[in-house]
Design a binder for this molecule. Structure first.
Ligand code: PLP
Length: 365
């Protein structure tokens, strides 16, 4: 089976893990600080706060952005459920905005309609889905006009760029995940980025029981700290990230060229000013053909994934909130058509050739 994800672990990870064991600093430690500095520098922000995972990163990011109970937070329903759950962690209210049918990211035109209609939107939580940056030009214009806090869910987009600027550096705060299947991993792990020293201080308290520099507990905090082990792996992974991104982009380009003339599928769209880092390579096919196509790929030894099979507000847990069906027509429609195929850097040229061969043959049946 050609898998959807396969983390790459090298000698450097092993070496650094051993040095953590030898140091006896098993909880927090020097690698955590080193990793925070390195990842913030890589992404072009002043501060990084390493923490337990991408979901906690989102929770921390929203708190750092000042999201309070009953605040309205606009976001996309076409994302991993954790994006929206993080709004509920703050007892705030998710307001859903539809996506662009080409990029699958938040549609700025729809976003402006909502900002006009809804009063007092506190924050907008954007998601750079599959590794493709949102339309940051338009979104930053809206931020100037409507003065909301901007939070980036960059959990799938480490190293992605809009006009040569890395995602995670556009918003007031940004959240990343280092889960095992992401473009780089620490097993479980996450980081929050910001340029604000005030938000940075607040975030550091949030992840450490609300404790400030003088060991006084001034706010409600959590234990969201990252371990020294995880940070050690992160340091080694970050050194490889750019190479892995190059491979993902190359694999995606080979697919795009091989598939662009197939009439039964649509390849991913890449806007000119964007560096798409292909956390997922996601094609669109007719909804009625999807199940059969997936079964055909599985039978031929190719794993696939559906991200995401449903918009968040149609998930069972969200039904009680009473969001209307058709709230986001484009997102609902696309969730029935997407399929992701393996694109990760562990794929061999043979794997890629096999995947292309199998998919092209499907067309001929
Ligand atoms: C992975 C992911 C998360 C959650 O990250 P975890 O580390 O699994 O908690 C949140 N949002 C998006 C878009 C993700 O892909």
């Amino acid at each position: 089976m050609i898998k959807m994800a396969c983390p790459i672990i090298g000698d450097e990870e092993r070496l650094l893990i051993n040095s953590v064991l030898d140091s006896r600093m098993l909880a927090s430690g020097k690698y955590v600080l080193e990793f925070e500095k390195a990842f913030a520098k890589f992404s072009g922000t002043r501060f990084g706060i390493a923490n337990t995972n991408g979901t906690t990163s989102l929770h921390i990011a929203l708190l750092m952005a000042g999201v309070m109970p009953n605040d309205k937070v606009v976001t996309t329903p076409f994302s991993f459920i954790a994006t929206v759950n993080s709004i509920l962690f703050c007892q705030a209210k998710p307001v859903f905005v539809d996506i662009d049918p080409k990029t699958f990211n938040i549609n700025p035109i729809e976003l402006e309609k909502i900002l006009e209609k809804e009063k007092n939107v506190k924050a907008v939580l954007i998601v750079h889905l599959y590794g493709l940056p949102c339309d940051m030009g338009a979104i930053l214009e809206l931020k100037k006009k409507y003065k909301f806090r901007l939070i980036e869910d960059a959990c799938q987009a480490h190293g992605a760029e809009y006009k040569n600027k890395k995602v995670g550096s556009f918003g007031d705060v940004a959240a990343f995940s280092f889960y095992a299947t992401k473009n780089m991993t620490t097993g479980e792990g996450g980081i929050v980025l910001t340029n604000s020293s005030k938000a940075n201080k607040y975030g550091r308290q949030i992840i450490n029981h609300g404790r400030n520099n003088c060991s006084i507990h001034t706010i409600l905090g959590y234990n969201y700290r990252l371990t020294n082990f995880a940070a050690a792996i992160g340091i080694a992974q970050l050194r490889q990230l750019e190479n892995w991104i190059i491979k993902r982009i190359k694999n995606a380009a080979i697919y795009n060229e091989a598939f662009c003339n197939l009439s039964f599928l649509q390849v991913p769209f890449i806007p000119n000013n964007c560096k798409h880092v292909f956390h997922q390579y996601t094609i669109k096919i007719l909804a009625k053909n999807r199940k059969k196509f997936i079964m055909y790929l599985t039978k031929n030894g190719i794993e696939t994934g559906i991200y995401y099979n449903s918009v968040v507000y149609k998930q069972q847990f969200y039904k009680k909130f009473g969001y209307k069906f058709n709230t986001c027509k484009v997102a609902e429609n696309i969730s029935k058509k997407v399929i992701s195929i393996p694109v990760h850097p562990s794929l061999s040229m043979l794997d890629i050739e096999k995947i292309i061969d199998v998919i092209i043959k499907y067309n001929k049946k």
